[in-house]
Design a protein around this ligand. Sequence first.
Ligand code: G3H
Ligand code: 13P
Ligand code: ZN
Length: 280
Amino acid sequence: MLVNCKQILTKADQERYAIGGFNITSLETALGIIQAAEEQKSPVILQISEKTIDYMGLEVVTSIARTLADRASVPIAVHFDHGRNFELVWRSIEIGFSSVMLDVSKMPQGERIPFVKEFALRAHQRNVTVEVEEDVIGGREDYIEGKGWKFTDPKRAAIFAKETGCDMFAVSIGNSHGKALPDETLDMKLLSEIDAAVSVPLVLHGASSTPDEKIRDAISRGVRKINIDTDLRLAVNDAIRATLKNEALYDPRDILKSSIEAVKKVVSGKIQLFGSNGKA
Ligand code: G3H
Ligand code: 13P
Ligand code: ZN
């Protein structure tokens, strides 16, 4: 069933576990995520980036995500990830997304609070939740550049969350997008300070390849939404490469099917690590 993020994150906050925000890059990844969520009896967040919208088209990807969410036996949020084209983000709300992320890290400082406040007000009237990223997160994916990486200041974050009325706040504590950087470390003390200052649930981006013990530590310090994309992409690629070795296979469905299973396996493992299994 379709839900917004607030509904599932409030329970996660009370019971101190995290919910996975898993990115869709194909129909197969979406199927793998939903199948894992149903098997694990877990809520999940299906995330759609601007690159995926460019690839599939907003209507097509919304139909896929909404149909899967509506039919699922567990709570599913359909979430716009790293929205920087704010007109497109608004269109996604009109067409059926239940949650959005405003990535205002590239916006001039003075414009951020009034913009997010006004946007969140309008989104809340439609029962849509709003995540915000204020500070640039490191690393690189195709549309998301980590240039000018800046760690979160707890005091500034507290004012930002309070004044904008956003529902979730994405932290920058050394986390980075894409494959792990060799010297990547998370500042756990800073995370605790942010959690003490900010009243809304915290989001950890760039969590692929982060060791399990660090993920558990981050959850114990207040992270309630954890974003995973790269680990799914790598699983898809490995599965398809291995399947293609069998030259007798020529039906794309027989080849791509292996990637559904691969995504399902990774997502099931993450759900157990995050502690959201059995919480649907
Ligand atoms: O954090 C970024 C997401 O993984 C989306 O990446 O823009 O390459 O789809 P993308
Ligand atoms: P990864 O690249 O580490 O999977 O991060 C995904 C993410 O943060 C999506 O917003
Ligand atoms: Zn991200």
